[in-house]
Design a protein around this ligand. Structure first.
Ligand SMILES: Cc1cc2nc3c(=O)[nH]c(=O)nc-3n(C[C@H](O)[C@H](O)[C@H](O)COP(=O)(O)OP(=O)(O)OC[C@H]3O[C@@H](n4cnc5c(N)ncnc54)[C@H](O)[C@@H]3O)c2cc1C
Length: 314
């Protein structure tokens, strides 16, 4: 079996989400080919640890900036010369744009949001009905598999195979669209979909200004602040902070839900979190049924107390 993995990296290192995919591919005994785009894609320092045979880097032209069209074109070119059985990526916004295009171009099959995956023998599960259940999914033999896995779902085991792969360049063109400008976001913290710790607030915070309590709590942890739809609809915070069915799907190591009732649409976006802590005055709030730890109490007392504890950890 030959597997192509679309890598995500930051500051010259592979992201954990990518290491999860490399672990799965390594465990299957497959030949591993990788591809990455953007500035630094040819200089990822830890590529040699994973038994990768060949790495393709697209750093110039249309591939220098995020472009699903150009990425599709480039990966298609890699697949034309590598003939891989499986193409793996993390369930990022860009990959959710790129992978279905590839599957259509190559007459393959696409599955997103996997939370469990083994390649040999093939076994995969993904959530269904807003996380109410999970489904075992399969792809027929002989059909090329395009698979996206949610971050933070699989274990990482680094084989430390110390031989750097051969690095080749790849190009790709965007025919219909052109990215003309990328404006920086307003926050320096990680995007919700990448964050390892998320502290989310809901209507229990009573007013927009009280979100400051959550930012204070987040600061010593390096956490990202999220929100329920109720407070987005109230105009307290932007939609980019919304977690849930019509917001972002997140899977951090730690999710702290503050004054959030736990409606099914909210749970749909965060139930894959490893540890869930809920803080709510109502002991019957549905969020407690999904929580690893629950604190029945007033967020206005508990948030400042936790902030002090988190500062002491620093
Ligand atoms: C089609 C559709 C899509 C939707 N998509 C989403 C989505 O993507 N994301 C999402 O979040 N919702 C979504 N919703 C809305 C969802 O159904 C809920 O209305 C929403 O999640 C409720 O937000 P909340 O928990 O902040 O507010 P509430 O349900 O009002 O809950 C507030 C909670 O705060 C607690 N509380 C009150 N005071 C305090 C205090 N002092 N300290 C601690 N706790 C306190 C209360 O006990 C209560 O449990 C969607 C709904 C629909 C119909």
């Amino acid at each position: 079996m030959k597997v192509l993995i679309c890598l995500d990296f930051q500051d010259g290192h592979l992201k954990n989400s990518t290491q999860e995919l490399l672990t799965v591919a390594g465990a299957s005994g497959a030949e591993i080919i990788t591809v990455a785009f953007g500035n630094g894609a040819d200089k990822i320092s830890d590529l040699g640890d994973w038994g990768i045979q060949k790495h393709y880097a697209g750093t110039s032209g249309a591939l220098a900036k995020p472009s699903p069209e150009a990425y599709t074109d480039a990966i298609h070119k890699v697949l034309a010369s590598e003939n891989c059985d499986v193409v793996l990526g993390s369930s990022t916004t860009v990959n959710k744009d790129v992978f279905p295009r590839l599957a259509i171009r190559m007459d393959g099959a696409f599955i997103s949001d996997l939370t469990e995956l083994k390649l040999a023998p093939f076994a995969a599960r993904r959530p269904m009905y807003a996380g109410k259940c999970t489904a075992a999914v399969n792809i027929k033999d002989g059909v090329k598999k395009f698979l996206l896995v949610r971050p933070n779902q699989l274990t990482i085991s680094n084989p430390k195979k110390g031989r750097a792969p051969e690095v080749a360049t790849v190009d790709g063109a965007a025919t219909g669209t052109e990215l003309t400008d990328v404006a920086g976001g307003s926050t320096k913290t990680l995007d919700l979909t990448e964050a390892n710790i998320i502290i989310s607030g809901g209507r229990g915070l009573k007013e927009a200004d009280k979100f400051k309590l959550l930012y204070d709590m987040a600061e010593p942890l390096g956490a990202t602040v999220g929100a329920s739809r109720a407070v987005v609809d109230l105009g307290w915070v932007p939609h980019s902070m919304q977690v849930g069915q019509t917001g972002k799907t997140v899977a951090p190591s730690l999710y702290i839900a503050c004054g959030i009732s736990g409606a099914i649409q909210h749970i749909a976006g965060m139930s894959s979190s490893k540890v869930i802590v809920a803080i709510n005055t109502d002991e019957k709030a549905p969020i407690f049924q999904k929580s690893t730890y629950g604190i029945v109490g007033d967020i206005f007392e508990i948030a400042p107390a936790l902030t002090e504890e988190f500062k002491a950890l620093k």
